[in-house]
Design a protein around this ligand. Structure first.
Ligand code: PEP
Ligand code: MN
Length: 337
C-alpha cells in the first residue's frame, strides 16, 4: 500500500506519518519524487483501512494498493522518471547517455588509447572490466586491482567517469575511485552483493541475468533500493533463447515493460546482446527508438587482439561513426546527448 502525500508536507510530518506505521510493525519506504513524496508500507496491509487513513490524515493526498512484489522501484509509488545525476552526466528522462570502453582493461596503453578516442567521439563515461566473470577458468580473468588502478588513471587523463564490474563484495573496498558499480548478468541474483551495494552512495548499473524475467530484474533492483540506494540504472543485455546466430537475443520489449513498470532509467548493451560487432550499430539505433535512456558499448583499439569479447567490440572508427549517427538522431528526438 502506498500513500502519496501533498506536495508541501514537511520532512518531520512525513517521518511522523511513517513512524506511526512502523510502530504497528510495518516496514516503510519513503520515496521522494520531484513533486510528491510517497510512503510505501511493506507488510500485511490487508488490515489497513486505506480510505479511512486518507480521510483522517490531512497530509495524505491519496492511497493506492501496490499488488506487485516490487515496491520502491514501482512506478505506482513514483510516477515520474528517476533522474540520476553523476558529475556532468545524467541518466533518465530526455537524455541519452553512452558508456563505452573495452570489455576488459588490458594495459595502460590500451585503456588510455580507448578512453581518449571514445571521449573525442562523445562518449559520456568509460567502461572497463577489471574482475571478469568468464565461463572458463582458463580464460583471462582480468587485471583485478591493477585494472581498477589503470581505469583511475584513464579517468585522470580524460576526465571521463568510470564504470566497472564487481563480482565479490570483499572487493568493494578497491572500488572507491569507480563512479558506477556494475553488477553483471551472472550476479543479478547475488542477493548479498545486492544488499552490499545498496548501502553504497554511488549509482549501480544492474544488468539483467541471461535467464531472468523482467520481474526478477525489478526484484533485484528492489534489493538495492530497499537497502537505501535509489540510484539504480537497469541494463537489458540480451537473454538466452534457442537462437544461435546471435550470442543472446536482445529483448527490446523489456525496455518498454521496464519503463512502464518502473521509474528507473534503462539502458541497452547491444554488444553482449548480439555478440557480433556488425549488429551493434543497428541495435543501438533500435535502443534509441524504443525509448532506452542510453547504451553501453564495448569498444577496443584492436578488437582482433582483445583478451575478451573481441568479436562484439567496435573499433575506434566504428564507434566514432556510430556516435555521429546517434547524435543526429538524438537531436531529432529532442533528447540530449
Ligand atoms: C560485461 O559487461 O563485460 C559483462 C560481463 O556483461 P554481462 O554481465 O552482461 O555478461
Ligand atoms: Mn564483455
Amino acid at each position: 500500500m502506498v500513500f502519496v502525500l501533498h506536495s508541501d508536507v514537511s520532512d518531520k510530518a512525513q517521518e511522523a506519518f511513517a513512524t506511526s506505521f512502523e510502530e504497528k510493525g510495518f516496514q516503510t519506504i519513503i520515496s521522494k519524487g520531484t513533486e510528491h513524496t510517497a510512503i510505501c508500507l511493506i507488510g500485511n496491509t490487508a488490515m489497513v483501512d486505506m480510505d479511512h487513513v486518507v480521510e483522517t490524515t490531512d497530509i495524505v493526498a491519496y492511497g493506492k494498493r501496490v499488488t506487485e512484489q516490487y515496491k520502491a522501484v514501482n512506478r505506482t509509488i513514483q510516477p515520474e522518471d528517476t533522474l540520476i545525476r553523476l558529475g556532468n552526466n545524467e541518466f533518465g528522462p530526455d537524455t541519452f547517455t553512452v558508456i563505452a570502453g573495452p570489455c576488459s582493461v588490458e594495459s595502460e596503453e590500451q585503456i588510455i588509447k580507448v578512453a581518449e578516442a571514445v571521449k573525442k567521439s562523445g562518449a559520456h563515461l568509460l567502461r572497463g572490466g577489471a574482475f571478469k566473470p568468464r565461463s572458463s577458468p582458463y580464460s583471462f580473468q582480468g587485471l583485478k586491482e591493477e585494472g581498477l588502478r589503470l581505469l583511475s588513471l584513464a579517468k585522470q587523463e580524460t576526465g571521463l567517469l568510470v564504470v566497472s564490474e564487481v563480482m565479490n563484495h570483499n572487493h568493494l573496498y578497491m572500488f572507491d575511485d569507480i563512479d558506477i558499480i556494475q553488477i553483471g548478468a551472472r550476479n543479478m541474483q547475488n542477493f548479498d552483493l545486492l544488499k552490499e551495494v545498496g548501502m553504497m552512495k554511488k549509482p549501480i548499473l544492474l544488468k539483467r541475468g541471461m535467464a531472468s524475467t523482467i520481474e526478477e530484474l525489478l526484484l533485484s533492483a528492489e534489493y538495492i533500493l530497499s537497502t537505501g540506494n535509489n540510484d539504480v540504472i537497469l541494463c537489458e543485455r540480451g537473454i538466452r533463447t534457442f537462437e544461435t546466430v546471435t550470442r543472446n537475443t536482445l529483448d527490446l520489449s523489456a525496455v518498454v515493460a521496464l519503463k512502464q513498470k518502473s521509474h528507473l532509467p534503462v539502458i541497452i548493451d547491444p554488444s553482449h546482446a548480439s555478440g557480433l560487432s556488425s549488429y551493434v550499430a543497428p541495435l543501438s539505433k533500435a535502443a534509441l527508438a524504443v525509448g532506452a535512456d542510453g547504451l553501453m558499448i564495448e569498444t577496443h583499439n584492436d578488437p582482433a587482439k582483445a583478451l575478451c569479447d573481441g568479436a562484439q567490440s567496435l573499433d575506434l572508427e566504428q564507434f566514432d561513426s556510430l556516435m555521429s549517427d546517434l547524435k543526429q538522431r538524438v537531436h531529432l528526438e529532442k533528447r540530449a546527448m
